[in-house]
Ligand binder design. Structure first.
Ligand SMILES: C[S@@+](CC[C@H](N)C(=O)[O-])C[C@H]1O[C@@H](n2cnc3c(N)ncnc32)[C@H](O)[C@@H]1O
Length: 204
């Protein structure tokens, strides 16, 4: 399953989705093929234009409302209840969410980095983890997190590894990959040492 297929599988008919940082709007097309209308935005006008032209070709454009926007700036938030923020860094995601007060019933992220910082900041913003899923696409591991409006307390292990993982086989594979990758750096960084120790003692 690809990253976008995994996100698509988590969207149901009651979700009104805004895909922030939509790039080519492939997710919007996947949703359109299920008959689901959605919103797709990007900070760059030319990207939105290219996405619109692409969706004209595959005839999914009628199901997608395109918006040029930095995060949620130009978005009518009343029309939306679900956000997708994929393929961007944790600090970009947090910056976007921090600038507004609305609570979205579902937020799906695939951040490129710093997932522990994402988890703790989402909690601060009023979102708890519903489920997590490791996806492997073109030999790279991605960590999808689905959040809902709620409160929680996380242990150090949960902040670093995540919570309610649905694909344990890929989680183990990814963690073994990280153990191997960080072998040489164990004594060189406190944060790597902490992560490696948590992975080594983790009960799947
Ligand atoms: C790597 S692409 C990810 C595309 C797609 N979401 C995916 O996961 O395959 C990141 C996109 O986010 C857009 N982007 C970056 N910062 C943004 C912001 N503050 N608001 C909206 N879009 C942003 C970029 O222009 C780019 O098209």
């Amino acid at each position: 399953m690809t990253r976008l297929e995994a996100i698509n599988a988590r969207i149901n008919e009651s979700d009104v989705v805004l895909d922030i940082g939509c790039d080519t709007a492939l997710l919007g097309s996947m949703l359109a093929k299920r008959g689901i209308f959605s919103f797709a935005s990007d900070i760059k006008e030319n990207i939105v234009l290219n996405a619109y032209n692409r969706t004209k070709k595959d005839k999914t454009y009628k199901y997608i409302t395109f918006i040029v926007s930095d995060g949620l700036e130009n978005v009518n938030q009343d029309e939306i209840n679900t956000l997708v923020l994929a393929g961007m860094g944790t600090y970009t995601i947090i910056n976007i969410l921090e600038k507004q007060n609305k609570k979205f019933k579902k937020i799906i992220t695939i951040s490129n980095n710093n997932h522990d910082i994402l988890r703790s900041n989402m909690l601060r913003l009023g979102y708890a983890i519903k489920e997590e899923e490791i996806i492997k696409e073109k030999d790279k591991y991605y960590n999808l997190i689905e959040f809902y409006v709620g409160n929680a307390e996380y242990t150090k292990e949960e902040l670093l590894i995540g919570k309610n993982h649905v694909n344990i086989k890929l989680l183990i594979e990814k963690n073994n990959y990280l153990l191997n990758k960080y072998k040489k750096f164990y004594d060189k960084s406190e944060s790597i040492k902490e992560l490696v120790d948590v992975i080594k003692n983790y009960k799947y």
